[in-house]
Write a new protein. Sequence first.
Length: 170
Amino acid sequence: MKLKNFVKDGQKLPLFGVGPYIVYGMVMVNVIGIVLLCYVFKIGLLEATWILIFRVVAVLLMILGGILWYKGALGSDMDASISENRLQTKGIYSWVRNPMYSGIWIALTGITFMWHNIWTLILPLIDWGIMTIALINTEEKWLLGLYGKEYEEYKKHVNRCIPWFPRKKT
């Protein structure tokens, strides 16, 4: 399946938006953090049973992140929603507002766990901060301007980055 990056007449949002910049930022944080902590300073490395635990958790997180990304990117009609200027709130989008970013974040967290280093656990928090700040200042403003009250209501019931059961509308 080929992803399209086109703009139809009247389309308000780009297909990819700021996503690549957010992802590049998170990847760079992880690469720099892993290199510094594991190879330059060589601090926080765990041994014995912890290596196995961290690696099992790593694989599970990478699988979960891949599934979440797939559901958001290719397992939904997001291309059509963007080109038709329609707010996507069904399927995985009823669990998390940004499943593609969340999936990449969770998969990167898994990759970080592969180094079985206690200090690298700070990296997913930094990634979360990058993702949250970037989304609040870009896509959320665009979506609020485009969909207004509908998006405001959606935000009240669905988490930005952490997938969770949909909250009931009151």
